[in-house]
Design a binder for this molecule. Structure first.
Ligand SMILES: NC(=O)c1ccc[n+]([C@@H]2O[C@H](COP(=O)([O-])OP(=O)(O)OC[C@H]3O[C@@H](n4cnc5c(N)ncnc54)[C@H](O)[C@@H]3O)[C@@H](O)[C@H]2O)c1
Length: 239
């Protein structure tokens, strides 16, 4: 019960890695408010869903007000929602570039600008931003996504400094997952998945629960002296 009686907000909660984070947080005693553009039915009294487009600043403000009617404090924020719009750079449209930046960068900023200062005022909190192996090493056909996930690392390090000021005591870290079997992988050709698998030291892709467990560690007091870090959870992958 690493998160007993904690309130956690998790974006991208309806699918994949976000959904695995919700499950592992609830198993560890948290009350979870899930934010996603796709609504799922609650299956547990400790889970509440709010439908929101994280790229829309006004919609995030509306969701934040709704959260405040449900909980008097937020202990953990996981910025997990993200998208890909892959193309080689010479073929990438402005729309593909802008969509990825809007969700993966502005979406993370939209919620953290509200929840980070509230945690700081409370004097505690843990924020975990989901970056990617691609934000650390880059990748062919993903210049927009790589830019967005590198930006997540920059924001993480800035907020680790900013929200610790005035005895804020808010820890901010990033997790950079390797390739993980979720819907996001549906559009990746099988031969490319095989290439990714063989470029890991462990010889396999990740399961969502393996990423979720690392997020649990950073959310909990087990990591009480870790902030401003990027935890690579990629089976020893080198792109
Ligand atoms: N799957 C991987 O291999 C992998 C690797 C590294 C990093 N990541 C990152 O992990 C995170 C989760 O990815 P996943 O693989 O679980 O993907 P996924 O597609 O299974 O889940 C993403 C979730 O985000 C939600 N979402 C998308 N746009 C949204 C918006 N505008 N507002 C609110 N919610 C929105 C989707 O509805 C979905 O539920 C993403 O940030 C992704 O970039 C994934």
């Amino acid at each position: 019960m690493l998160l007993k009686d904690k309130v956690a907000v998790v974006t991208g909660a309806s699918n994949g890695i976000g959904r695995a984070i919700v499950d592992v947080f609830i198993e560890n005693g948290a009350r979870v408010i899930g934010l996603d553009i796709v609504e799922i039915e609650s299956w547990n009294p400790d889970f509440t869903m709010i439908k929101v487009d994280i790229s829309n600043t006004a919609d995030c403000e509306r969701a934040y007000n709704e959260i405040n009617t449900m909980a008097d404090r937020i202990d953990v924020l996981v910025n997990c929602a993200g998208i890909t719009r892959d193309a080689m750079t010479k073929k990438m449209s402005e729309e593909q570039f802008d969509q990825v930046i809007a969700v993966n960068v502005k979406g993370v900023w939209n919620l953290t600008r509200l929840i980070g200062p509230a945690m700081q005022a409370n004097g505690s909190g843990s924020i975990i931003n989901i970056s990617s192996v691609v934000g650390v090493f880059g990748n062919v056909g993903q210049s927009n996504y790589a830019a967005s996930k590198a930006a997540v690392i920059g924001m993480t390090k800035s907020w680790a400094k900013e929200f610790a000021l005035k005895e804020g005591n808010v820890r901010v870290n990033a997790v950079a997952p390797g390739y993980t079997m979720t819907n996001m992988m549906n559009s990746v050709p099988a031969e490319l998945l095989e290439k990714f698998r063989s470029s890991t030291m462990l010889g396999r892709l990740a399961e969502p629960i393996e990423i979720a467990n690392s997020v649990l560690f950073l959310a909990s007091d087990l990591s009480s002296y870790i902030t401003g870090e990027v935890l690579n959870v990629n089976g020893g992958m080198r792109l």
